[in-house]
Design a protein around this ligand. Structure first.
Ligand code: MG
Length: 168
């Protein structure tokens, strides 16, 4: 059956463990004052991974691990902004553009509020949208659970795509 709806919505979720001695990348930005980073095959940018999954979810294409497997040397240590740009290109090839995105980051510490404007700018640039189309919200979990124990970070992302071409 043909889908004529000009909008698609997707959600994404990701978790990464934290460990010392690695730089923290989050929302496309280096968090300078973090004594820990995210354990990953890539740069560990858990916010971008959730966002990629939201876009792929809207397109019903699968998940980020399918396209950028952590068993591949090609993606070892990769800047996750590159992955997001590639996913946006995949959407464009199918006739879809990002309309807006909303990202919620659960992290006990470090505090990241001061980095949010730079994250919105970086993510908007990757997705080729205006900054006011990208929301980044930060919360703690009130010291509860693995986030509260500073063992990891979890992120939820929601995107809206709109049909911009004949292939959509
Ligand atoms: Mg990930």
């Amino acid at each position: 059956m043909e889908n004529r709806c000009p909008f698609r919505v997707g959600n994404g979720y990701d978790v990464h463990a934290m460990a010392g001695g690695i730089p923290m990348w989050l929302g496309g930005v280096r968090i300078d004052d973090a004594p820990v980073g995210f354990v990953a095959h890539s740069d560990g940018d858990v916010a971008i991974h959730a966002l990629c999954d939201a876009i792929l979810g809207a397109l019903a294409l699968g998940d980020i691990g399918h396209f950028f497997p952590d068993t591949s040397d090609e993606w070892k240590g990769v800047d996750s902004k590159l992955l997001l740009k590639k996913v946006v290109e995949m959407a464009a090839a199918k006739g879809w553009k990002v309309g807006n995105a909303d990202v919620t980051i659960a992290l006990q510490r470090p505090k990241i509020a001061s980095y949010v404007p730079a994250m919105r700018q970086a993510l908007a640039s990757c997705m080729e949208v205006a900054e006011d189309c990208v929301s980044v919200k930060a919360t703690t979990t009130e010291k509860l659970g693995f986030v509260g124990r500073c063992e990891g970070c979890q992120v939820w992302a929601t995107v809206c795509l709109w049909a911009c071409g004949p292939k959509a």
